[in-house]
Design a protein around this ligand. Structure first.
Ligand SMILES: [Zn+2]
Length: 91
């Protein structure tokens, strides 16, 4: 997988929902100029998690507000990566 930056003006970025880091691997992958919906979730390899599996990443489009997407990511990440609160379960 390439981690090359595309056009910085129009390329999307992604926040990994697992570690909440900006995933540099997700940038510049948009093809064909097709605009996706807001809060698009994509499976990407995360450089920080170093999982063998792809993690869930939320898209920040070039027109989106970072803080807004980050807040949404915090909200929905539980669906994918539940924090260990009191119910510690494997699986
Ligand atoms: Zn990650």
């Amino acid at each position: 997988m390439k981690c090359k930056n595309g056009n910085p003006k129009r390329s999307s970025r992604f926040i990994c929902l697992k570690c909440m880091q900006l995933n540099p691997c997700g940038s510049g992958i948009q093809r064909g100029g097709h605009q996706r919906e807001k809060y698009h979730i994509k499976d990407l390899m995360c450089l920080y998690c170093k999982d063998e599996k792809a993690t869930k990443n939320i898209e920040i489009r070039w027109c989106d507000n970072y803080d807004e997407i980050y807040a949404k990511a915090m909200e929905i990440r539980e669906k994918y990566y539940k924090e260990d609160n009191n119910d510690r379960r494997v699986g």
